[in-house]
Design a binder for this molecule. Structure first.
Ligand code: CTP
Ligand code: MG
Length: 177
């Protein structure tokens, strides 16, 4: 059934979504606000930043941790349910989270090379860099279902728009959560 396939696909990619959201959300946490060292350490290449100030070690590390913890919790939860969901565990969570963060860096790298500054909206690239990175990394440790990839590519479009809107609204309220 299509609905159950969609749920399975969302379950599979959830640690990547978590990683991406955490990387953004922690930037608003007062205790972490000062830890904003950029991954490229402010360095430029041919007059343009390698990655830019929007890609910090804080976001990268917290994102990977978030994905890993999500994978762990999901694996525990899964052992208590009776319906089918693709297997999740801490290792897969780590790979999905790391893939998401590396994909996100790659997206920013491409944006900078194209001449777009930090925060510029490049719809398809912004939406899919982390999802594709996550699938690529997950493929190292598991047999990735191609149907999941197709479903996620479709549902990520509305998901991305909604998530961005929510984050924007929360920032307006000066409340990162
Ligand atoms: N963020 C971070 N570290 C990361 C990813 C994200 O600190 N590795 C934080 C930054 O504060 C960033 C915000 O989350 O500005 C939003 O993330 P994103 O949209 O990915 O970055 P942009 O600022 O849009 O930068 P870019 O143009 O490079 O995508
Ligand atoms: Mg952005």
């Amino acid at each position: 059934m299509l609905l159950s396939k969609i749920i399975e696909a969302l379950w599979f990619i959830l640690p990547a979504y978590v990683a991406n959201s955490i990387a953004i959300d922690v930037s608003g946490l007062p205790v972490l606000r000062n830890y904003s060292t950029p991954i490229d350490f402010g360095k430029s290449y041919k007059g343009r930043r390698i990655l830019g100030d929007g890609k910090t070690w804080r976001g990268f590390i917290c994102g990977i941790l978030g994905g890993t913890i999500a994978g762990f919790i999901m694996g525990r939860f899964q052992s208590n349910i009776t319906f089918y969901l693709p297997e999740m565990n801490i290792v897969l969570g780590f790979m999905l989270g790391t893939g998401a963060m590396i994909g996100d860096l790659f997206g920013s790298f491409v944006k900078r090379r194209m001449g777009y500054g930090r925060g510029a909206n490049v719809p398809l690239l912004d939406m899919f860099d982390y999802v594709l990175g996550a699938f690529l990394f997950a493929a190292v440790v598991t047999d990735v279902n191609k149907i999941y990839l197709l479903i996620i590519i479709i549902v990520t479009i509305p998901f991305h728009i909604i998530a961005n809107y929510v984050a924007y609204t929360l920032k307006l309220k000066k409340n990162p959560w």
